[in-house]
Design a protein around this ligand. Structure first.
Ligand code: PLP
Length: 432
């Protein structure tokens, strides 16, 4: 017996840390806010406080400078940000919004929050991102927008998406929750479509605990997102330089970011490039190590894109390993390597979509059937092919990556033992 899954010594016992890097800069930011005493600078009134406090404005400025865009609107999550973005471009009840089904549930939930209907189009098997050809097939006279997700940190085919949007007069919202700093043909993601939305939640590349930032080149969209963020209906009548009727459709929510979160965001932002280049270096090392292993396919990175590896995805070839993916994952975990299979359930498989319980479905003229089997590439990645490794991040080092590669090699070298283990398990009545 050599494998940890059958009781032998695991390759590694040291845990892989998943906590963000917090240093003196974050402490200093918090101290400044606490000493100042103003924990949120927002007031829903037609004055400067409508746009929030000092730290919020500073964080927005950092995003504007980094991305080279004139507008940034910080919010309390990317989910809020996606909702604000959809409201800003004017998505309404009965409208359809095309999105990939292989993404965090919030991408599509934001559409339902605006009482519109998400229509799912399948992903490209090489990039895991929305495939413009599949999206085109889902366009109807009711389609108003596309939400494209740069999944796992890799930019989607933006040339294809933007061409489609132009041809059919659709708005494009980029869900950049997993991809700050990623680039498509030297353009940073978030600056290519009409609005880009970034997440700062605990698990993202840089974090404020919870938080998000929306960016746009369009002044009107920025203003409408500010209205959504901060009870906009209260201030609209007082805005002397605008026709209030134009934006009277906006319902203001409370999506305001507090000063402490913004302060942490400022400190974290200072680490973005360093964290990103470290991720890329680790991911490239991992790719080189895993490439040689039979039955493991490292996805190809298109040469015109910068992948920031929020997650390191790979394909598991069950035909080579001759065991189901779940046994492979259990065996890898037993060796001390964190991993997950499938990423997330295709969104339309969720009970909300299968039961069509949201108001949006009652208000729509036409509701998709959300039939299982509709997006086969996504379903295959979920059920069979995809393995993701949350390991290419600070404070992980080259030593950690070497352990990951050694664990894969160990499983591969002891494949006979692994197959025998799986067969014995499958023969047990409790597992049938
Ligand atoms: C994390 C994430 C979101 C939601 O971000 P929150 O800030 O947690 O609301 C949306 N889309 C994708 C692709 C994500 O990964």
């Amino acid at each position: 017996m050599n494998l940890a899954i059958s009781g032998a010594k695991p390759l590694r016992t040291k845990p892989f840390s998943v906590l963000p890097r917090i240093g003196p800069e974050e402490h200093q930011q918090l101290k400044e806010v606490l000493d100042d005493g103003l924990l949120s600078g927002f007031i829903a009134a037609p004055n400067d406080a409508f746009l929030g406090g000092k730290k919020v404005k500073r964080l927005e400025q950092l995003f504007k400078d980094f991305l080279g865009v004139p507008h940034a609107v910080a919010v309390n999550s990317a989910t809020s940000g996606l909702h604000a973005a959809l409201a800003a471009v004017g998505v309404k009840a009965g409208d359809e919004v095309i999105c990939p089904p292989y993404t965090m549930s919030a991408t599509a939930a934001a559409v339902l929050m605006q009482n519109a209907v998400p229509v799912f189009a399948d992903i490209d098997p090489e990039t895991f991102c929305l495939d413009p050809r599949k999206a085109e097939k889902k366009i109807s006279p009711r389609t108003k927008a596309i939400i494209v997700v740069h999944l796992f940190g890799l930019p989607a085919d933006m040339e294809g998406i933007m061409a489609l949007a132009k041809k059919h007069k659709l708005f494009v919202i980029e869900d950049c929750a997993q991809s700050p700093g990623a680039e498509y043909r030297n353009q940073k993601v978030g600056t290519i479509g009409d609005i880009g939305v970034f997440s700062l939640n605990q698990h993202k590349i840089i974090t404020t605990g919870e938080g998000g930032v929306c960016v746009t080149r369009n002044e009107k969209f920025a203003f409408r997102m500010q209205l959504v963020r901060n009870h906009g209906e209260v201030v609209l009548a007082e805005m002397k330089d605008r026709d209030p009727r134009e934006d009277a459709d906006i319902i203001g929510w409370n999506y305001r970011m507090p000063e402490m979160e913004a302060g942490i965001g400022i400190a974290q932002f200072g680490r973005l490039e360093e964290l990103t280049s470290a991720r890329i270096a680790l991911a490239e090392e991992l790719s080189r190590g895993l490439e040689k292993i039979p039955g493991i396919r490292v996805p190809k990175k298109p040469a015109d894109r910068r992948h920031v590896y929020f997650v390191f995805p790979l394909f598991f070839e069950a035909a080579v390993w001759k065991i189901p993916r779940s046994f492979f994952l259990d065996a890898l975990r037993a060796e001390g390597i964190p991993c997950a299979g499938g990423y997330v359930r295709p969104i339309y498989h969720q009970p909300l979509y299968q039961s069509k319980s949201a108001d949006a479905f009652r208000l729509a003229e036409n509701v998709p059937d959300y039939r299982k089997g509709d997006c086969p590439v996504t379903e295959r990645c979920y059920a069979e092919d995809l393995v993701s490794l949350p390991v290419c991040r600070a404070p992980h080092t080259s030593e950690d990556i070497k352990d990951v590669v050694l664990a894969f090699e160990k499983l591969s070298k002891n494949l006979e033992e692994l197959i025998a283990f799986a067969q014995a398990q499958l023969r047990q009545p409790s597992n049938v």
